[in-house]
Design a protein around this ligand. Structure first.
Ligand SMILES: Nc1ncnc2c1ncn2[C@@H]1O[C@H](COP(=O)(O)OP(=O)(O)OP(=O)(O)O)[C@@H](O)[C@H]1O
Ligand SMILES: [Mg+2]
Length: 267
């Protein structure tokens, strides 16, 4: 098992480089909330990285800073290899809660990034329908968000995040609202999508097994203010199968991450 203890770790072709990134939120009263403290990590192109850590430790904050939705308080986030002086790569985001526009149907919601990007409508619609099928929502294209369950809404938001074929996919607990079986199927699908498209994925989850199943690397965060406690290389063959989740090599990773998290919680 290849485990690197250092928070700072260099990868051969960094795509995203976080240097000493920190975030403090203003808070009522005098004190500020230190959500993220000095996180330095390199993410390689096409790498699948999961982020796990206790609730409230700053995972969403970190992802939102990487996605450019939230300014860093200090430190730097750099994207390497972008042309035209672009600050951010083409990215797709799946938020912790599905944020669909209530007045738009499933198809219209999934089409939104295509309309914003000005892509050809027919081509875009073909891709949107394909993705709606992929996330198991075929037949629901014309439904409105309030007519869907929470899990179905989340699946629509996953299709929306993929529709522009982003090079970077940021996913914040995307499967949290799904039942166990759908969750497993979505994990398999996400692995397939990742494998065929070679996107760089950052994936927050509270499921340790899910992080091991999907990832090249798992970032274990400490409790707030969050730092990288350990980066674990998941050295398991791909494609991963559900059968593998009971293998000793798999369960050893799960046990190790669980130990790290419970040690963090006890601190
Ligand atoms: N806009 C904000 N203003 C003030 N404090 C905030 C804000 N957003 C988050 N926080 C605080 O920052 C800390 C980190 O929050 P964050 O949502 O990043 O955690 P998280 O790891 O994603 O938690 P969870 O696993 O429950 O989703 C928390 O203590 C939270 O209360
Ligand atoms: Mg969160």
């Amino acid at each position: 098992m290849a485990i690197t203890g250092a928070a700072e770790r260099l990868v051969s072709t960094p795509f995203i480089r976080l240097s000493e990134v920190a975030k403090t939120y203003p808070s009522r009263g005098e004190t500020v909330v230190h959500a993220v403290e000095r996180v330095s990590v390199d993410i390689a192109q096409s790498e699948f990285t999961s982020i796990v850590g206790p609730s409230g430790c700053g995972k969403t904050t970190l992802l939102n800073m990487i996605g450019g939705l939230l300014p860093v308080s200090s430190g730097q986030i750099r994207y390497e290899g972008l042309k035209d002086g672009r600050k951010l790569p083409q990215l797709g985001m799946v938020f912790q809660d599905a944020v669909l526009l209530p007045w738009r149907t499933v198809l219209e919601n999934v089409m939104l990034p295509i309309e914003v990007a000005g892509v050809d409508r027919n081509e875009g619609q073909h891709r949107a329908r394909e993705l709606i099928g992929l996330v198991g929502l075929e037949g629901f294209e014309g439904r409105y968000p309030h007519e869907l369950s929470g899990g179905m809404q989340q699946r629509a938001s996953i299709a929306r995040a993929l529709v522009n074929d982003p090079s970077l996919l940021l996913m914040d607990e995307p499967f949290g609202a799904l039942d166990a079986l759908t969750r497993e199927n979505m994990s398999l699908e996400l692995q397939r999508i990742w494998h065929s498209s070679k996107k760089t994925v950052l994936f927050i989850t509270h499921s340790i097994a899910e992080s091991v199943f999907l990832s090249d690397r798992v970032l274990v965060m400490t409790a707030r203010p969050s730092r990288v406690r350990e980066i674990i290389d998941i050295d398991l063959p791909r494609p991963r199968t559900l059968q593998m989740t009971t293998d000793e090599s798999f369960t050893r990773y799960v046990a190790h991450i669980r130990d790290l998290l419970s040690a963090t919680a006890a601190m």
